[in-house]
Design a protein around this ligand. Structure first.
Ligand SMILES: Nc1ncnc2c1ncn2[C@@H]1O[C@H](COP(=O)(O)OP(=O)(O)OP(=O)(O)O)[C@@H](O)[C@H]1O
Length: 928
């Protein structure tokens, strides 16, 4: 039996004398969530109530759980409010009260839904401070890291039965750019990888000869059946444990036991302790998936390349060890320390572990970081600490990023807390697929096809990484896969041939990791001048370029002059349709003409491609431009400029280094390749949608920067409500108003349409750029006549009242009415593709999609930001009284109302809308 609950009071740790001698124990008052049958801890249906009033809030009814022996170390981490899971407890009656205590088979897990990464456990065992430093500075581009990755990939290839030389060639080719940046040649790397691979091959060969491991690696047997059952090998497996709160990717699993590859040497007979720890984490993960792991293997690939004469010691690459109970429990205790520290938001000092600083390669870095951030550390501090306001800022943002990380962990927990239907309704999964077929690709990967049984919506897009499973993303057979095609038939590629019946959003921490690194780099590596400007200690400086760049729009011209003349930074505020993209392109052209190297960045791929397109229209030399991004991220017509990372190292590096303009999303700017680049200027579009550290990822790479955005439109996309919700753009606009220019002439909307947004959001300063814009109507479109529309739709802005239904997130009455409106527009000659429908909730988006023809774009505001349509219909989906702003935030309604060029139709319940002052004014305007 397992118990799970929240710590309800102080924990008492003491030593007692028992019949076995002295022992430590901890008594933990726990408010129960429930009891679970430990025979199947993962089966939620086995949960039952913990007895009489187990959920009492005041803690009086908390039950006592006694933790024995070494588990008291984990007990010392507990504070009231922390979640605790204890497996395999014993139940006792004591003085009429039911009590629980640990048994020899128990595990104690602190905050089980906080998923600690296996590499984090390994790093922590090496040194807790090292774990923290790795988090702050990320994985740099260096040869050992890249070589290690290639060796791992070749290992996977060999396991999938691939030819060694072919695998080496291809994997090296794929990393051409990275190797080129490191000054490596393919030949030298191949030699190096071959040395390491010899150990792998030898070991696999041995396995083949001595064991009946199935035909997993036999290249001559393409029909091999892969099951995770005993007797097979499996490469790279993503494993998640909901019991132990651990996740990670095992390099390989052989006969159900973990195999870890290390591209170093180890001449002792036993694996290194930290390596054992890592394998033990995977053992726990595999056990939770029904395995019984008593062995672990570490494969030190460098060993076989060593000359016997040079080295003395045990040269065998593969070292096996017995997976003892004590080690598994130790690993869980370490994991608990990490979880408790992260939940408390503390920073490790290094004293938590017993590593010796004088043996550590990172000692200097550690001391510098400790000194500059004024953190207590075992290694000591050197250097002067950052000014107080920077320290305070760092801590505030660090916490905010970690809160964001916890939200991602909560997303993981939803993988098992929500049932398939809930996940589908939440757009987090596509369920109930019918598996069609699998096809082996060259290189041993698999293409998997499944058919959707009905129409479904989800957050998933082509190119996304997903968890592809045969029914459950955590408990079933599941693989990390990439979506290649997302139609009625879904195509994904993966390392293993899973019989896909379900796809789940993969909650990635990559973005969060990069935010932390960008924050660290901005504060610890940024120049003093840059930081003076960021923290408002100095005003940004400007030179006058003495040139007119745009002669028909004063604000745009001033914006370009500011951007070109900025010594530090410039801020371009661009309301809807005011020519932001055009202005950016003109500014970049001017910079390039002055011989500068420019980074063009934005939050989304779409904005990067739009700006790039505008830049090419400016007549910039196409050979000067490089687009960095994934194949699926970059728009079709921009693929020609996309930098292929694969190929000859020298050639690839030349392409990147010679490019005067490099275009990439801010997320990509945080990648190890981009972090090696430097620029004279960075122009960042959609800057109001970026968090401060998200912006740093781009501007850290340049001497000066220009941010372009509109803080009256969508704010940064964050999960948690905290300091990340304000963009750097918005903060700087307030802090340094003189560095900003607002573009005030719009090229999109009929005057009637823009009036409300101008008044409410831009102090009445937004105006049509030209008379043709001000007076545009549907009549301008070929074959369209407003005469054929019902009178109430002839004005550029109309309101269609609908007494809605009572459901909160959907409204059938509105959906039906909108379908009818679309028919009317079609009858008046409009193309369906010229009409867009915006609704506040995804549920209403699907609902409307079911009512209207397929080629009408229906979506939430977020998906419409940055685009425009001839006609926009807004479904407000609110009835009676409003409980909160319908579009969460007034900035969203601004975006919705500024998408149309020629006609805007608002559909909603007037009583509901009138109950909010802003919506009330909107109604008045629409009814004019
Ligand atoms: N100075 C100008 N002279 C003539 N046309 C212009 C000028 N500036 C912008 N435009 C035109 O106005 C339209 C909108 O410009 P652009 O796409 O740059 O706007 P935007 O502000 O980026 O739009 P969004 O708000 O959607 O991001 C484009 O067709 C562009 O060519």
């Amino acid at each position: 039996m397992n118990v799970r609950g929240t710590v309800a009071g102080e924990v008492d740790v003491r030593t007692v004398t028992t019949s076995y001698g002295e022992s430590d124990l901890a008594e933990v008052p726990l408010r129960f969530d429930g009891l679970e049958d430990s025979a199947s801890p993962t089966d939620a249906s086995n949960r039952e109530s913990g007895g009489a009033s187990p959920n009492s809030v005041d803690g009086k009814d908390a039950r006592t759980v006694t933790l024995w022996g070494k588990w008291t170390e984990s007990a010392a981490l507990l504070e009231p409010g922390i979640e605790l899971l204890v497996t395999n407890v014993e139940e006792d009656e004591y003085q009429g009260e039911t009590q629980y205590s640990t048994t020899g088979d128990s595990y104690v897990v602190v905050e089980p839904s906080f998923l600690v990464n296996v590499t984090a456990v390994r790093n922590w065992v090496e040194c807790p401070r090292l774990y923290y430093l790795n988090k702050l500075s990320g994985v740099p581009l260096n040869y050992p890291v890249v070589k290690g990755t290639i060796v791992h990939e070749v290992f996977g290839d060999l396991l999938r039965g691939r030819d060694l030389e072919a695998a080496i060639d291809e994997r090296i080719d794929e990393r051409g750019l990275e190797l080129g940046l490191l000054g490596e040649t393919p030949e030298a790397v191949a030699e190096d990888v071959r040395d390491n691979a010899a150990a792998i091959e030898g070991w696999l060969e041995q396995g083949r000869l001595t064991e009946e491991d199935g035909a997993a690696t036999a290249a001559d047997n393409p029909e091999r059946a892969f099951t995770p059952a005993e007797g097979s090998w499996r490469s790279e497996q993503l494993l998640i444990s909901e019991t132990f709160g651990i996740r990670g990717r095992a390099d390989a699993v052989r006969r159900g036991a973990p195999v870890e590859l290390k591209t170093g040497k180890n001449l002792r007979k036993d694996p290194r302790f930290k390596d054992k720890v890592q394998a033990a984490c995977y053992a726990l993960l595999l056990e939770e998936h029904g395995g019984d792991v008593d062995m672990g293997t570490l494969l030190y690939t460098k060993n076989s390349a060593l000359d016997r004469n040079e080295e003395t010691g045990d040269l065998t690459p593969a070292k096996e060890f017995t997976m003892g109970d004590g080690l598994l429990k130790f690993v869980v205790r370490v994991r608990n320390e990490i979880a408790a520290m992260e939940i408390a938001g503390d920073v490790p000092t290094g004293y938590e572990g017993d590593a010796k600083c004088e043996y550590c390669f990172e000692q200097d870095t550690c001391m510098v970081v400790s000194g500059r951030l004024d953190q207590e550390s075992k290694a000591g501090q050197i250097g002067q600490s950052l000014p107080d306001e920077e320290l305070e800022y760092f801590e505030r943002l660090y916490r905010a990023i970690e809160e964001e990380r916890r939200e991602i962990h909560a997303e993981y927990a939803k993988l098992w807390e929500q049932d398939p239907q809930e996940r589908a309704d939440d757009d987090r999964a596509i369920v109930d697929l019918e598996f069609v077929e699998r096809r082996e690709l060259e290189g041993g990967r698999w293409e998997l096809r499944a058919r959707q049984r009905g129409a479904s919506t989800s957050k998933l897009r082509e190119g996304d990484l997903v968890l592809a499973s045969d029914g459950h993303p955590v408990r079933g057979n599941s693989e990390l896969a990439r979506i290649e095609r997302l139609d009625d038939v879904i195509v994904v590629t993966a390392d293993e041939p899973v019989e896909v019946t379900r796809l789940d959003v993969y909650p990635s921490e990559l973005t969060t990791d990069r935010l932390l690194v960008a924050l660290h780099d901005a504060l610890l590596k940024g120049s003093d001048r840059r930081k003076d400007v960021l923290f408002g200690r100095a005003d940004p400086d400007f030179d006058d370029p003495g040139e007119t760049f745009i002669d028909n729009n004063d604000a745009q011209d001033e914006a370009v002059r500011k951007a070109v003349g900025a010594q530090d930074c410039a801020l371009i505020h661009g309301p809807p349709g005011t020519g932001k993209t055009y202005t950016i392109a003109r500014a970049i052209r001017a910079m390039v003409e002055r011989g500068e190297r420019v980074l063009l960045s934005a939050f989304t791929n779409r904005a990067v491609d739009n700006a790039l397109e505008a830049l090419l229209e400016q007549g910039i030399e196409t050979t000067d431009v490089v687009r960095v991004g994934s194949e699926s991220g970059v728009r079709e017509d921009m693929q020609a400029y996309r930098l292929d990372f694969a190929g000859d190292p020298e050639a690839r590096v030349a392409e990147l280094q010679n490019a005067q303009v490099v275009a990439a999303t801010t997320a990509t700017c945080g990648s190890r390749v981009m972090k090696e680049q430097s620029f004279d200027a960075a122009l960042v579009d959609e800057a109001a949608q970026l968090t401060e550290p998200g912006t740093y990822a781009a501007i850290n790479l340049a001497n000066r920067f220009v941010l372009v955005g509109d803080h009256e439109q969508l704010p940064p996309v964050v999960q948690a409500e905290n300091d990340l919700t304000e963009s750097l753009f918005e903060r700087l606009v307030e802090q340094s108003p003189d560095a900003g220019v607002m573009l005030d002439r719009q090229y999109r909307m009929n005057q009637r349409i823009q009036a409300f947004a101008s008044r409410e959001f831009y102090d009445g300063e937004l105006r049509p750029a030209e008379p043709t814009v001000a007076t545009r109507t549907l009549d301008d479109l070929e074959g369209v006549s407003r005469e054929r529309l019902p009178t109430e739709l002839r004005d550029p802005v109309s309101f269609v009242p609908v007494a809605g239904d009572d459901s909160q997130y959907t409204d059938d009455a509105e959906a039906t009415r909108i379908a009818d409106l679309i028919e009317r527009y079609e009858a008046a000659g409009l193309e369906r593709t010229d009409i867009g429908v915006i609704a506040p909730f995804r549920a209403q988006v699907s609902n409307i999609s079911n009512h209207v023809p397929e080629d009408v774009a229906v979506d939430t505001v977020d998906r419409f930001q940055g685009s425009s349509q001839e006609v926009i219909i807004v479904s407000f989906t609110a009835t009676d009284t409003l409980e909160g702003p319908i579009f969460e935030d007034y900035r969203r309604i601004n975006v919705a109302l500024t998408r149309p060029k020629r006609a805007l139709v608002l559909v909603g319940d007037p009583d509901a809308l009138e109950s909010d002052p802003l919506y009330g004014r909107m109604l008045e305007w629409a009814r004019q």
